[in-house]
Ligand binder design. Structure first.
Ligand code: RNT
Ligand code: ZN
Length: 412
């Protein structure tokens, strides 16, 4: 018996149908963020990364142009199994030579090369307005700014992005998730916490009023607890964003780096599923702060996947990655993070159904024993088989190193 067949037997004894798990995994889409490839720089401005988020490291080979980013993304996805989408930010607009277009005036045509790229690969596209790294961010404020001109500029940006999201969905035939996250906040104790939130609320109302098909464009809103330089107050806090989403019928998005360190997004998933048809996630790895480290196959990533799978919500949760590490090979970072999410999903799909029943009948003793037994089941053999069926090699570091030598080191 080969290792996979033997693993199948072991899982069967635990009560798991391995083939069914593998089949189900094939139906899950992970939205892969484009911004790991260029340290969240984008192409539309020369501004430094702002908004209280940071990349650290100076590993050689950052993608500097759309062509380089596409090439790197291609390399990365060639090393990832499963269904993928490409997640773009508005700052990745591609302008003709000499064309100067404000973010408030971007159009679908500025993303036509990305649409072509996605279509050729049979992938859907997700989108994000970019409310950072831009001169119209004043005092770290965008949609909540007391300056009406600043607010209006960013509302126009948001609306332009809704139109682009609609275009993405129509062109690719895959619904587009358009996520709104603003960095707005204050470094020090604010005198007035309510006014910025009231302004953010009306500005959001303006953006979501832009006509779009609700079954093609899913507008999501991402909350946050603090940013670098914005430690004391964040306009788009968890309570604000959740209340806004619920009252406006848009989709809440949770980034697992955006909560206090002892809070766990894994525990929040079911709470939101009880009230929302769809929810969205940014999967990241916060180390002591919202550091956006590369996602690993760790406890919380597994627990997040477990919650989605146990709630039978794989088709209700938009799963996206969001991390950026500039201290190691960026292609490897991309692949390690996305593979970790996929591993976690497979791990969750291999959990015995019986666990839930044990909880329901109050057999907490056997529940604990079975949960522990699963941890040492031959997961790796099932993962290897999954990769084999997807036509993806287990090893990716040699490919990455080869690409680094042939392509990345020449980018000085
Ligand atoms: C920032 C948010 C946001 C960004 C990306 C680039 O803390 O997580 O999602 O990381 O939009
Ligand atoms: Zn995020």
């Amino acid at each position: 018996m080969n290792r996979f067949e033997s693993a199948k037997e072991i899982y069967k004894a635990l009560g798991t149908d391995v083939e069914a798990a593998l089949e189900k995994l094939k139906t899950v889409t992970v939205s892969v963020h484009c911004w790991q490839g260029d340290d969240v720089r984008g192409f539309d401005t020369r501004e430094a990364l702002s908004g209280g988020i940071q990349t650290t490291g100076n590993y050689p080979g950052r993608a500097r142009t759309p062509e380089e980013l596409m090439r790197d993304f291609d390399k990365a996805i060639s090393l990832m199994p499963g269904k993928k989408k490409l997640n773009l930010h508005a700052s990745y607009a591609i302008f003709e030579d000499g064309e100067a277009v404000g973010r408030d005036a971007i159009e679908p045509r500025h993303f036509a090369p990305w649409v072509k790229f996605a279509k050729e690969r049979g992938m859907g596209l997700d989108f994000n307005p970019t409310f950072f790294s831009h001169p119209m961010v004043k005092d770290n404020l965008t949609l909540s700014s007391p300056d009406g001109e600043v607010r209006a500029y960013w509302v126009r940006h948001g609306k332009a992005c809704v139109r682009i999201a609609q275009y993405f969905a129509e062109e690719t035939g895959v619904p587009c998730v358009m996520n709104i996250w603003i960095p707005d906040g204050y470094k020090d104790i604010p005198a007035d916490r309510l006014s910025p939130r009231e302004r953010f609320k009306s500005a959001l109302d303006g953006i979501i009023a832009e006509p779009h098909d609700k079954d093609k464009v899913y507008i999501t809103l991402e909350s946050k607890v603090f940013g670098i330089g914005l430690e004391s107050y964040t306009v788009g806090s968890a309570e604000f964003c959740l209340s806004y989403s619920m009252t406006r019928g848009i989709t809440p998005l949770m980034d697992n780096g955006h909560y206090h360190p002892t809070e766990a997004v894994s525990d929040k998933i079911s709470a939101l599923l009880a009230f929302n048809d769809k929810i969205a996630l940014h999967i990241t790895r916060p180390v002591r702060w919202d550091s956006d480290h590369v996602v690993l196959f760790d406890d919380e990533t597994r627990e997040i996947a477990k919650e989605i799978v146990c709630a039978d919500a794989l088709q209700r949760v938009f799963i996206a990655t969001d991390y950026f590490d500039a201290s190691i090979n960026r292609i490897s970072a991309w692949v390690t993070g996305v593979r970790s999410v996929q591993k976690a999903l497979l791990y969750a799909l291999l959990l015995p159904e019986r666990l839930k029943a044990l909880q329901a009948c109050g057999d907490f003793t056997e529940l604990m024993v079975l949960m522990e037994a699963v941890k040492t089941a031959p997961f790796g053999d099932v993962w290897s088989e999954y990769l084999r069926r997807e036509g993806i090699a287990e090893d990716y570091i040699s490919e990455v190193k080869k690409y680094e030598k042939e392509v990345l080191v020449n980018r000085q």
